[in-house]
Design a protein around this ligand. Structure first.
Ligand code: SAM
Length: 261
């Protein structure tokens, strides 16, 4: 899908978006696990400055306002930024600003302790643009700054689809505006820019909600809010996420200073 078409799609999706953490994700158990993982990773970030890239309705940026010294949310959709500003008119967080900007080309005067992306890099239509965006974010981080990248990875989908195929289930289809990150290429491309400090996986939840549950209810379509998914959610909270079968991952990357991207 072309970049302009992707932006248009997000402009339209913004209209339907609520003013809360439900985001554009249909699976609210997955959404909650992702939020919990982000907040857990950010628990030591009191007083830090934060850049939220692809901030959507601004919910996450505003949720970080009380912890962080300042928060800047950027998104290339004018409608999303209008939503975020409207939400902050009610919240009145003085240390939060929102700007319409594209992650591939944005240029801010400020530098940040932490940058976050949640399902934004996968909206870029090529692997080259994905790394270009990560490089832009890198230049906006302070020395030793952290990039928390919560995104989709193709090999996690491949593993789930292998398991599904073995039991006669069709492959999981992707939204046309998403391109999952190629893990090997990503790790090669960030070499010299970042060190990988930590990776959080969601494989326990995904294995049950995207493989076991569909198998139990086939040929019916599984429902996102089904009891099986609630149990898978509780299991992931209890056991943590296994590495395999985890299309979504939260990478904590630490900026290597003194090197040019
Ligand atoms: C899946 S939504 C996630 C929104 C928010 N991070 C959340 O979790 O609720 C992806 C967001 O990234 C934004 N986005 C996609 N491509 C972008 C780009 N090239 N530059 C800036 N924002 C972009 C979209 O407009 C959308 O708001």
């Amino acid at each position: 899908m072309e970049s302009d078409a992707i932006r248009k799609a997000w402009e339209e999706m913004a209209a339907a978006l609520k003013d809360d953490a439900t985001s554009t994700l249909r699976d609210q158990f997955q959404n909650q696990l992702e939020h919990e993982a982000l907040f857990r990773t950010l628990k030591d970030s009191r007083g830090a400055s934060l850049l939220d890239v692809g901030c959507g309705n601004g919910y996450f940026a505003l949720a970080m306002a009380k912890t962080c010294s300042r928060v800047h949310g950027i998104d290339f959709s004018e409608n999303m930024i209008a939503k975020a500003n409207a939400l902050n008119e009610r919240r009145k967080e003085k240390n939060v600003v929102f700007t319409v900007a594209d992650v591939r080309t944005f240029s801010l005067k400020e530098r940040f302790d932490i940058a976050t992306t949640k399902r934004c890099i996968i909206n870029l239509p090529s692997h080259e643009e994905q790394i270009q965006a990560i490089k832009h974010i890198h230049t906006h981080l302070l020395p030793q700054g952290r990039l928390l990248l919560l995104e989709g990875f193709q090999d996690g989908y491949d593993e789930l689809n292998i398991a599904r195929a073995a039991f006669g289930l069709p492959p999981i289809t992707q939204a046309t505006y998403n391109l999952m990150i190629d893990t090997e290429r990503f790790l090669r491309d960030i070499e010299g820019l970042f060190t990988v400090e930590h990776v959080e996986y969601f494989g326990t939840y995904c294995l049950f909600s995207r493989f076991v549950h569909p198998l139990l209810v086939a040929p019916k379509e599984p429902l996102y809010d089904a009891e099986e998914n609630r149990k898978a959610f509780a299991l992931q909270q209890q056991l943590g996420g296994i590495q395999r079968f985890s299309p979504v991952r939260l990478y904590t990357l630490r900026k290597l200073s003194g090197r040019k991207p």
